[in-house]
Design a protein around this ligand. Structure first.
Ligand code: N01
Length: 550
């Protein structure tokens, strides 16, 4: 790829520092360096590219998005040439894809691996960022762009005695690179989120005895994974432009359409008839491609829940286990809906046990295993923490990011994130957060949102350079309005009624605010575009010199 290296700010080491080499960081680097001719460096904690897919190597890890839309669309040739082997791409295949992307666009040599960015400080005299790493490097840049992922700061609950356990411990989000063999072992899995739902069936195949410690049951829908029929693959290949256009302007970044008629105005029989083919098809159809009113009205949601509760009862042999696996106390769809490949069926196996740790919570980790509040102790050879992440704000708050006046971003966000468009925060000029908190991000098919943010950031940087400007940041008013609107959109729905990582509820002490944004992919994109057309309304652009280069 050509690299014209037409630098814009020779007084900094590079024009841009990018944090992270997952989908976001790779595409951002490609745009900055290969299409804009800027000097950029990427820092990545992992030893290779992949981001989420570098770390999440637990058994069964794969995307819940259909593979034909789980990738970049900016280059038609890349999209046409890459072949996925199944309906949902598996972890190693996604990592291979991202390695291919890095090679294809010659990205590796501007990425520094095994290096974590510890801090970044904005200098108000020079309008530049100084970035420091755990390896002692210091780099200055005009722009600082985070591609740190929404779900990358893994969370292990601070159980008393955490280090006392004599056996092996694993976290799904920090899985070893070599295969873990559970053959003949007594394994305890803590957590029943999307990671556990994928890992449990495969761990059960090896383990002599498997105990799943469940705090909140999840609504799990069949993935229906498998090879994609040739004629479907060919039809998709022939429809690149249409698919791209549809996902970019969709609600959630998928090719799913919601129904006009609500569940509230339908009978239970009608709802069952509508949901059954979606259940058979597998995927997110029941969640993101059926009734809109189930996100707003509990009566509507109850009809969908009724359908799903019956499905769980059908799948589980033991009625008591079935009742424990039936989610209670929150609406369907307001907690991330995992897809399964044999999750429920696993609980019919004689060596697999389900333990409720909501009514009887985990009291401590002991040398032998896990002890519950009532004194019951489970002995394990290995414990798997499938306990999730400090989502969205966690990865950013772990970095000492200091903006104007030396103010730490995490202090500014002490009561929850404060952003404009989920992309920038007032007082942090030229800091861009790809799929950051308060953007559609995790409520969408991530690559679609990542591409939109990266292209938008590239457009902003081009605009600054055209105007000879040095900084851009949101106005306080625009940010206040976005934060308020973010909450209002969420409060109009049932999302805040569920204890989820969307609400920060999985991390003790984390402020309870809705972290993503409910504007939806297409409308959000249109809003961003309108803002750009209106001379970046809501942003302050400074240092403009007519006809100059930034
Ligand atoms: O994490 P989670 P995850 N005591 O937070 C439990 C994406 N993802 O890694 O629900 C006992 O969902 C916790 O219980 P509760 C996807 O967006 C995608 O599974 O908080 N239990 C929960 O059961 C997903 O949503 C894919 O009550 C405790 C579990 O640990 C997100 O990543 C695959 C506990 C954590 O579940 C996170 O998923 C995997 C405690 N103290 C992940 N603390 C695909 O696309 C926590 N738990 C396929």
């Amino acid at each position: 790829m050509p690299n014209s290296c037409q630098s814009s700010s020779t007084d900094t080491d590079v024009d841009a520092v990018v944090i992270g080499a997952g989908f976001s960081g790779l595409y951002m680097l490609h745009r900055l360096r290969n299409t804009m001719g800027l000097r950029a460096r990427v820092f990545e904690t992992g030893g290779g590219v992949g981001g989420t897919w570098y770390w999440n190597r637990y058994p069964g890890a794969r995307s819940d998005s259909d593979s034909y839309i789980y990738g970049f669309t900016f280059d038609e040739q890349l999209w046409q040439q890459w072949e996925w082997s199944e309906r949902y791409p598996e972890q190693h295949e996604i990592r291979a894809y991202l390695e291919h992307v890095a090679e294809r666009y010659d990205l590796d040599h501007d990425i520094t691996f095994d290096t974590t960015v510890r801090g970044a400080a904005f200098d108000e005299d020079s309008d530049t960022w100084t970035v420091t790493t755990d390896t002692g490097e210091t780099v200055t840049a005009r722009y600082l762009i985070t591609g740190v992922g929404a779900l990358s700061a893994s969370n292990t609950p601070k159980f008393p005695g955490l280090d006392a356990f004599r056996g092996a411990t694993y976290h799904t989000g920090q899985w070893p690179h070599e295969k873990v063999d559970f053959t003949g072992q007594r394994v305890g899995v803590i957590g029943t989120g999307a990671s556990a739902v994928q890992a449990v069936p495969l761990i059960a195949r090896e383990a002599e005895d498997l105990t799943v410690l469940q705090r909140t049951a999840n609504y799990v829908i069949p993935a229906n994974n498998g090879p994609v029929p040739d004629e479907v693959r060919q039809a998709r290949k022939a429809d690149y432009a249409g698919i791209r256009e549809r996902i970019q302007n969709s609600t959630f970044g998928f090719e799913l359409t919601t129904l006009e008629k609500g569940a509230a105005e339908s009978t239970q029989e009608e709802v069952d008839a509508v949901l059954q083919p979606r259940w058979d098809e597998g995927g997110f159809g029941i969640w993101l491609g059926s009734y809109v009113d189930m996100f707003f009205v509990d009566d509507a949601n109850a009809k969908v829940r009724h359908f799903l509760h019956d499905k769980i009862r059908e799948k589980i042999d033991d009625p008591q286990t079935a009742e424990r696996l039936i989610p209670k106390g929150y609406p369907f769809g307001c907690k991330r809906n995992p897809l399964d490949s044999g999750y429920y069926e696993t609980f019919n196996l004689p060596h697999v046990h389900l333990v409720d740790v909501k009514s009887n919570p985990i009291a401590e980790i002991t040398p032998a295993g896990v002890k519950l509040v009532d004194g019951t102790e489970y002995e394990f050879d290995a414990i798997v923490y499938a306990t999730g992440f400090d989502a969205m704000t966690g990865p950013l708050n772990r970095i000492d990011i200091r903006g104007r006046g030396g103010r730490l971003l995490r202090d500014k966000w002490a009561d929850g994130p404060r952003t404009y468009l989920g992309l920038m925060s007032a007082g942090y000029p030229n800091l861009f957060t790809i799929t950051g908190p308060q953007s559609p991000s995790v409520l969408s098919n991530m690559p679609v949102s990542i591409e939109q943010h990266v292209d938008y950031i590239a457009g902003i940087i081009d605009h600054l350079r055209d105007r000879g400007a040095t900084t851009i940041e949101p106005t306080a008013e625009a940010e206040d309005a976005w934060v308020a609107q973010n909450q209002q959109l969420a409060e109009a729905t049932l999302f805040p009624t569920a204890d989820t990582w969307y609400m920060g509820a999985n991390i003790p002490g984390k402020p309870r605010v809705f972290l993503p944004n409910l504007s939806f992919v297409g409308p959000y994109r249109a809003k961003c575009d309108r803002i750009a057309e209106n001379d970046y309304e809501g942003f302050t652009i400074s240092g403009a010199r007519e006809g100059a280069t930034a």
